[in-house]
Write a protein that binds this ligand. Structure first.
Ligand SMILES: [Zn+2]
Length: 201
């Protein structure tokens, strides 16, 4: 299972943020693709139980549909990031179209953090967006949305791959609902037992 980008890709896009502080036992939790009423409130409640803070990379059209959820994320002390207006893949759009889509999302999401959907973005698109955004990728993607993976699989993936300074991706999306709501508390408890604390991007 491919949970990390190939090293060559990290070198090619070295100006992106992939991982923080390798010398510190800190985990940077991120949640992509929300906010949605079926999942986001559950994720927020879990984070509150443990007192952990995270960054939510929101899809603009979801924020437009559920502005109260977006406000709730902020009210509970988390950060937000831009994840495009309607979750488009950079390779399928011209640079102008892609940048316009991200800027449209900015009308709903006040953040200087951007994460390209699917991690797919061209050098040219990134070159322009870098003027306004820090482009945040990830060190570990949990695959919580994968239908063929059980809760145990996703948790094993987390346990095996997360390390100092990891930026970890979960999803507050319908596809990930079953896994994320179960694996998130297990993961936080596991990390805390190993002496990790949270960091915020
Ligand atoms: Zn996404």
């Amino acid at each position: 299972m491919n949970i990390q980008f190939p090293r060559i890709f990290r070198i090619f896009f070295r100006s992106f943020t992939w991982r923080k502080t390798p010398s510190e036992k800190v985990i940077y939790l991120t949640f992509d693709d929300g906010p949605v009423p079926e999942v986001t409130p559950g994720v927020l409640d879990i984070l509150d139980v443990y007192g952990w803070k995270a960054t939510f990379f929101c899809v603009g059209e979801n924020v437009r549909k559920h502005p109260e959820l977006y406000e709730e994320i902020l009210k509970r002390g988390h950060k937000t990031g831009n994840h495009s207006f309607n979750h488009i893949k950079g390779f399928n759009y011209s640079t102008e179209q892609y940048v316009a889509n991200v800027l449209k999302a900015s009308e709903y999401i006040d953040s200087n953090l951007f994460r390209p959907p699917y991690g797919r973005i061209t050098r040219k698109q990134a070159g322009i967006l870098k003027n306004n955004f820090e482009i945040v990728m990830w060190d570990v993607i949990t695959h919580d949305y994968a239908k063929n993976l059980t809760i145990k699989d996703v948790f094993e993936n987390v346990k095996k791959n997360v390390r100092n300074g990891s930026i970890v991706v979960f999803h507050d999306s319908l596809k990930a609902k079953e896994n994320v709501l179960k694996v998130l508390p297990m993961s936080i408890e596991f990390w805390e037992s190993k002496g990790y604390r949270f960091g915020v991007l």
